[in-house]
Design a protein around this ligand. Structure first.
Ligand SMILES: [Zn+2]
Length: 335
């Protein structure tokens, strides 16, 4: 192992100054909510992809290891999108081998984003067992992000999903702009349902409903989930991906849990701004989510001290404080 590859020494909770007040949050369960939630951690992919600073590969590897050590079991590792489009994740082929020890654990899921057939082939060659494709509910975002119409992008995903399923991979379908679009404004629920049903029918094993600009509110979330489930997409195959741009991410999550959703996307330390809303606040911070879930007596398997220490450490690597309220509240030096 060269000095470049050697992981940085893991700082203790004292060094990062993180402590959780004893006995808090109080655990007070609420009726009608799941007992357990699986957090789909997106900090290493969605988070770092939207940060200005490009993090060295060995720091990314250390980050993913630390997230796993904090108890996260689904960690989206990187993206095989062309480096020209996402320079922050241009080192995907170097990073994946550094995660081989984690990948050996059957309880650990390390999905990677693939844009097309070529990306899938690269991922398969590297032994990846789970992929994600990135679709759009709106024509404007499909055009801006994929340079295709919605129909053309679905046609592009179809053989990718089919081949991945043939190889026994799990396939997550991201659906962006489910609750509003920066160019089009409102997005009709029926339009989202229509695209979601297509992704489900082509074999995606999980659909992540993305509020990419953070404009959703809880009633809207319930309306979309109800339309999707009555349209034949089982709630057990749905995940929610909320952004906190307008401070609604936790309210929306709670509404989704009340409708039976048990997979929630979140980003450690709130990594990743919101590139389409020019806001510092993007992804729901995993720590903020964990604080609410643990308060509700919902199991996550996450150790909040270790996770917050990791985010405090990553904030130092990026040279700016974490936007997570919980990380700030638990970090002494911030007070
Ligand atoms: Zn996001």
């Amino acid at each position: 192992m060269t000095a470049e590859e050697r992981p940085t020494r893991e700082p203790s909770a004292e060094e990062t100054g993180v402590t959780v007040p004893a006995g808090l949050p109080m655990q007070v369960p609420s009726a009608g909510l799941p007992r357990e939630v699986r957090i789909h951690e997106v900090g290493a992919r969605d988070g770092l992809q939207n940060e200005k600073t490009t993090v060295p590969t060995r720091v990314k590897a250390e980050f993913v290891h630390r997230l796993a050590a904090a108890g996260l079991t689904t960690i989206e590792a990187t993206s095989f999108v062309h480096p020209k489009w996402v320079p922050q994740l241009a080192d995907a082929a170097e990073l994946v081998p550094l995660l081989a020890d984690l990948a050996e654990d059957p309880g650990m899921r390390l999905p990677v984003l693939v844009p097309n057939q070529r990306g899938l082939e690269r991922a398969l060659e590297m032994g990846v067992r789970e992929i994600a494709v990135f679709g759009s509910a709106t024509e404007s975002f499909a055009k801006a992000n994929l340079n295709r119409t919605v129909a053309e992008s679905l046609a592009m995903f179809e053989p990718v999903v089919a081949r991945a399923r043939e190889e026994g991979l799990r396939v997550r379908g991201y659906l962006s702009m489910c609750f509003g679009d920066p160019w089009e404004g409102p997005v009709p629920v029926a339009q989202v349902v229509s695209v979601a049903r297509r992704l489900h029918a082509m074999g995606c094993t999980e659909l992540s409903l993305g509020d990419t600009i953070g404009v959703a509110t809880p009633g809207h979330v319930v309306a979309l989930l109800d339309e999707l489930t009555s349209g034949g997409v089982p709630v057990g195959e749905l995940a929610v991906h909320f952004h906190d741009t307008y401070g609604q991410a936790l309210s929306n999550t709670l509404a989704a849990l009340g409708r039976g959703v048990t997979v929630v996307d979140a980003s450690a330390g709130g990594l990743g701004g919101c590139p389409y809303a020019k806001s510092a606040t993007g992804n729901l911070a995993t720590e903020d989510l964990v604080w609410m879930l643990h308060g509700l007596g919902i199991r996550t398997g996450v150790d909040l001290v270790r996770l917050s220490s990791t985010s405090a450490w990553m904030a130092e690597q990026l040279g700016r404080p974490s936007p997570s309220r919980t990380v700030r509240a638990l970090t002494h030096r911030e007070q």
